[in-house]
Structure formats: structure tokens, C-alpha cells
Design a protein around this ligand. Structure first.
Ligand SMILES: *Cc1c(COP(=O)(O)O)cnc(C)c1O
Length: 479
């Protein structure tokens, strides 16, 4: 067929109106907004024009060009309309084994926390109404008592995230004066959250002391002047300095703070209420311990090891927390009702610590042992071999999962994975295909293999995983 003949197809491309009148396209309008269907019909026409131009689209022999192009336009428009109608934020199956994956939304909420959000969203609530007195109440009241009870602190406040908590605390407590911090604790969390930059934003002036690997109490002592407003301790949550090291402890800072009448603040980052050692993980100072050591202010995230919604939790001495509550910035970084509801429900689970290990998904995933995960991985391998064993090799392998979320960076948690070695596509083609399925699947790429760590697969997700993975390996439009 000559180039010219192919070009002749252009005049047979159906118009937008003609495609819209097609019954198959009409039936799409029951479920998909008209504006998205029209976009899809236009997109399909543009694609058909491109494919004719490049020679990709031709009319098979003995076929009426007009009918052929109509069928093409309808099929393509229907697919595009369905894609246009998918939410942009959607479900992802996390097979990376990273329990607190910031790019995948960090903590999976407990069932009661999900129910609480639903309840808060479905009607009105006493968010800022005291039901006892009928007067205006505080939106922090539902979580304040739980936080002080669980941590032993005098007072509590919750803001949008921990970066905001650090900003608020530093701005309130220093008012442009100096903050002394160890060089070994100038943390960058990722997404450009750097302690020195947050300090600058808060108006506090940073005084760095010590060396990267060692900071002695005398280094802080020598830096204290009449301009000093605060001693800051930052938990090096996402890295460890090992070897020839010396960190001045919170207790040492607290006794120095008492001597010079200076408050001590601890940014804990992850801030766990549960003892990680009992989960077989490296020791992390718990919030309770840091409060007991005498920190005047402690900040930590709601959606890291705590396993709750995104939030920045501040606990500490009443006189400091009260000053923060009065700072106008607090209004700008306040939490919404969904955060209050989910945080309250999550904190309630910690009232029964042994149960929390099962009911808080973050803790349950972190505490799952290899013996518990092996049958899960073996079951998945068997199902995949049954549905797609002619397209890939599936092998059971022992690997290590990570905590993630900038917590416990050196912890390697023994886990099981299914290793996928595809026969008819590259591993990066497989990974790319899996990002486009419904739900999307994110695994771990390693040495031309795709590893599926079952630690982070949620209950009830296995069938969907088998379906979309089989679909991509078969080269069909999965999902
Ligand atoms: C994660 C982290 C933060 C930031 O917390 P977000 O809740 O992500 O804003 C601040 N400080 C430390 C030490 C952290 O680990």
C-alpha cells in the first residue's frame, strides 16, 4: 500500500459528534462525566490521525475504512475515558517491604482510626464545642489528655506535621535568640527538610558545637552566652554515626539547662510510644523516656513509628506549650478534624500496649517474624506460578525489610519475598507496567529481578496482586 493510499484514510476518520452518538460511547456517559468522555473522543481522534500518518494504522483487506475507523475510535475513546475517570491519588500495593514509605503515604491507619475519619467526615462533630458546658472548646482537647497520659508530659499540642512542630517550638521559645545544637545532629530528612534551614525560618540563630562524630557537654557549656535561648537535641533518625563517637545525652543537656536556666528541646523525629526492642528492633528512645529524662519540649511525627495520621506532636512543660498555643502561627498550621479523629483513635490503641502490637498496622508489620511471613510468601509464589508460570520464574527468597520514614536506618528485619524473573520482557518493563495497573504495584528492583516483599502487603490485597501481575506478564491491559 502506498503512502498516499494510507493518507486517504484521513477523510474516513469519524467526527467527534459521530463517535459521541455511538451507543457504546453513549453508555459510558452513565458513569463518566461528559466533559471527560469528550476529551477522550478528541484524544482518540488525534491518536488515530498520528497512527495513520506513521503507517501504524491501516485498514485490513475487505474492510470498509469508515467502519474500521469508527470501531478504532470507539475502543480507544472508551479506554481513554476510563483512564481519565480514575482518581489521580489511588491505591498502591506496597511490596517494597519498607513499612513507613514516605512516597507511598507513610503509616497505614488502624481500623478504628479509619472508622473515626469516616465518622468525622459523614456528619458534624464537637470539634470546637465543649458538650459539657455548651461553650466553645479546643480542637486539641480530644487528644491532649491521651498524649499527656501516655507520655507523662504536663501538656500537649498537635500541629500539621513534625516540621511545623519544630518551626513553631523554635520560633516560640527563641524569639530570634540563639539555639545550641551539635554538628552531629544537623539532620536532613529529605524533601529538603534540614534542621539549619528550619531554624533560620523560625528566626532562631544557630550555634553549632562539637565535631561531626563527637560533641561533649563542655562544647555546649562553652557556647552558652546571654544570647542563648535553648539547648536543642535532634534525634539522628535517618542515619547513625558509628565508631569513635560521643553524643551528649538528653539527661546531660537537661542538667546543664537547669544550671543555666535554659529549656531543652528534643526533636525525636519518629517518636515511638512502643518499645522497639520488644519487637526485636534496635533500641529507640521512646517519647516517655525522653520526657522522663527531663526534656522541656519534645516533638515527633504522627505518621512515623506511632502509626497514625500525618501530624506533628508536641509534648512538654505546660509553660512552654501554653506559649506555643498562643503563637499566631499555631492557627496557620492547625490540624483538621480528620487528623484529630484518627490520632485520637490511634492513641487509644496504645492504652493497651500488648494489643497495640497487633492493632496498629505499623507495629504489626514491624513485628511480623520470618516464620509468620514465610507461608504468606509461599502462598503467593504458588498462586503466581499457577497463573503465570509460563511467563516468569517465581522463587521464594529470604531478604531484609526496612523500617523507612527516616526511622531505625540500620535495622534489617528478616523477611520473605517472591522473586520475579520475567521471560518475555525486561524487569524494568515489568516494573513500569505494574505502576500503571489498578491497583498499582511497587516492588523492589534488584539485580534484574523484581522482589515482592510480603511484609507490607495488606490483608486482602493478595488476589489483586496476582491478577494485575499476571495481566502485565501476559501483556494484556491489566486492571
Ligand atoms: C521526619 C523528621 C522530621 C519531619 O517530620 P514530618 O512529620 O515529616 O514533618 C523532623 N525531624 C526529624 C528528626 C525527623 O526524623
Amino acid at each position: 500500500m502506498s503512502h498516499n493510499d494510507n493518507n486517504g484514510l484521513f477523510r474516513h476518520i469519524p467526527s467527534v459528534d459521530e463517535v459521541l452518538k455511538n451507543p457504546a460511547v453513549q453508555s459510558l456517559l452513565d458513569k463518566i462525566p461528559r466533559v471527560l468522555v469528550i476529551d477522550a473522543v478528541r484524544g482518540a481522534a488525534a491518536q488515530i490521525r498520528d497512527d495513520i500518518k506513521s503507517g501504524l494504522l491501516r485498514t485490513p483487506p475487505n474492510t470498509e475504512p469508515r467502519n474500521h475507523l469508527m470501531r478504532e475510535a470507539v475502543t480507544r475513546a472508551a479506554n481513554m475515558a476510563r483512564l481519565n475517570n480514575r482518581p489521580n491519588l489511588r491505591r498502591v500495593l506496597n511490596l517494597t517491604g519498607v513499612v513507613l514509605h514516605t512516597n507511598l503515604g507513610r503509616a497505614v491507619l488502624a481500623k478504628t482510626a479509619r472508622q473515626a475519619i469516616n465518622e468525622a467526615a459523614s456528619g458534624y462533630s464537637n470539634l470546637e464545642l465543649d458538650l459539657q458546658t455548651g461553650k466553645r472548646g479546643s480542637r486539641y482537647a480530644p487528644v491532649e489528655e491521651l498524649l499527656t497520659g501516655l507520655t507523662g508530659a504536663e501538656a500537649a499540642l498537635v500541629v500539621n506535621n513534625n516540621a511545623a512542630a519544630v518551626l513553631l517550638a523554635l520560633g516560640t521559645l527563641t524569639k530570634g535568640k540563639e539555639v545550641i545544637v551539635s554538628r552531629g545532629q544537623l539532620v536532613e530528612i529529605g524533601g529538603s527538610f534540614r534542621i539549619p534551614e528550619v531554624m533560620a525560618q523560625s528566626g532562631a540563630r544557630l550555634v553549632e558545637v562539637g565535631a561531626t562524630n563527637k560533641t561533649h557537654p563542655r562544647d555546649y557549656r562553652n557556647a552558652i552566652t546571654s544570647e542563648t535561648a535553648l539547648l536543642l537535641h535532634v534525634h539522628t533518625s535517618n542515619y547513625r554515626i558509628v565508631g569513635f563517637t560521643r553524643e551528649t545525652s538528653i539527661a546531660e543537656l537537661v542538667s546543664m539547662g537547669q544550671e543555666f536556666n535554659l529549656p531543652v528541646m528534643s526533636d525525636l523525629g519518629s517518636g515511638s510510644l512502643a518499645d522497639m526492642v520488644s519487637l526485636g528492633l534496635p533500641g529507640e528512645p521512646t517519647v516517655q523516656e525522653v520526657v522522663r529524662d527531663g526534656s522541656d519540649v519534645v516533638t515527633f511525627s504522627g505518621d512515623k513509628l506511632l502509626g497514625g495520621p500525618q501530624a506533628g506532636i508536641i509534648v512538654g512543660k505546660k509553660k512552654y506549650v501554653e506559649r506555643m498555643k498562643k503563637n499566631p502561627l499555631t492557627r496557620a498550621i492547625r490540624i483538621e478534624k480528620f487528623t484529630v479523629s484518627a490520632l485520637e483513635a490511634t492513641l487509644r490503641l496504645y492504652l493497651d500496649p500488648p494489643e497495640a502490637m497487633h492493632t496498629v498496622p505499623t507495629l504489626a508489620m514491624l513485628s511480623a517474624g520470618r516464620a509468620e511471613l514465610e507461608p504468606l510468601a509461599a502462598g503467593l509464589r504458588n498462586k503466581l506460578t499457577a497463573t503465570a508460570g509460563d511467563k516468569a520464574t517465581f522463587t521464594l527468597v529470604e531478604i531484609s525489610s526496612a523500617v523507612g520514614g527516616g526511622a531505625l536506618p540500620t535495622a534489617e528485619i528478616p523477611s520473605w519475598a517472591v522473586e520475579v524473573l520475567p521471560w518475555e520482557m525486561t524487569v524494568s518493563e515489568l516494573a513500569s507496567g505494574l505502576r500503571k495497573t489498578e491497583p498499582a504495584v511497587i516492588g523492589r528492583l534488584q539485580d534484574h529481578r523484581l522482589l515482592l516483599d510480603v511484609r507490607t502487603l495488606q490483608p486482602g490485597e493478595e488476589d489483586a496482586l496476582v491478577r494485575v501481575l499476571t495481566g502485565v506478564l501476559r501483556g494484556g491491559a491489566a486492571g
